[in-house]
Design a protein around this ligand. Sequence first.
Ligand code: DP6
Length: 363
Amino acid sequence: MTEQDFILKDYTTIIESGKVKWEAPSNIALVKYWGKRENQIPENPSISFTLSNCKTITEVTYTKKQGYNFSFDVIFEGEKNEAFKPKIQTFFERIEAYVPFLRDYHFTIETSNTFPHSSGIASSASGMSALALCLMSIEEDLGIDHSADYFNKKASFLARLGSGSACRSIEGELVVWGQNDVTESSDLFGVKFEGAIHPNFQEYQDAILLVDKGEKQVSSTVGHKLMYGHPFAKKRFAQAHENLSELRDVLISGNQKRLIEIVESEALTLHAMMMTSMPYFILMKPNTLEIINKIWQFRKDTGLHVCFTLDAGANVHVLFPKTEAEKVYEFIKSQLVVYCQNGHYICDSVGKGAKRLAHLPAK
Ligand code: DP6
């Protein structure tokens, strides 16, 4: 498929108003997206677990308007929010060719997260995917009939233009984004991992340890730019291809030891890229390292299959199979909680993707 396939051509705006509502999850990458080209095209393929509990719930009310400019209000957790508007304005500018009705309606976007805003958990993936899904439902309200497959692909395509990783937040449980030789994929949208996931990796758990709840030190937009002219960029992009290729086999064969090695190496490589860019950053905190060392020791002592991954920040995602959940949560409570800010952590697990919520018929 190409960009052309997502351009909405024939539609009417006889509908005066309506309301749509979606919830969309966050996701955690196993092979990381870090580095992008023009138009949100990733430099390398990535794969992520869709989460279940960390999600954004968004309701969009649309009303026919006059005039050419975009018109929208954002209400975040019950209060009018100006801070999110520039990001949504940019999003609308990037996607208007594909959803031209954006100029025909005023939108009231009411949104909230199930996780605390100041948790250091990025809400852009779940937020942009929830909004993209609402726009797809409005497209349907306007009389456009889609197959479920096209609906998901276009929602993911639009979400990507809001935030790259958001394109992996439409479906579950594992989603691949970015051209590669071993899985069905595209640079334009995320697709469900097509292999049969081994029972070892089904219902995987993710305990998110909140080490630093502050604002991100480096925004992802700035972070991705650090890969331009980065001395190790070429090798890193090639490595992501190799890791995805091997992880594909591992996810099917159930090799837990190898999954752990690939996932932890990916997390540390992501941070190594930030430490070796110009300017350079250290986004881990002392407690991030304390947690990593404790996980390694615990794994050595118990033989359990617990590992960590990181995003572009200090928080630690602790990953483990459901069958080991009781023991791992015991370990988290007794040994890791002390390293979390105010003792906070979030219990999550692999989820099945976004869900449409109550939807009033259009008038
Ligand atoms: C480290 O998707 O937040 O989480 O496309 O600029 O919005 P933009 O970036 P974003 O980058 C996420 C990077 C990451 C790794 C990943 O999720 O693959």
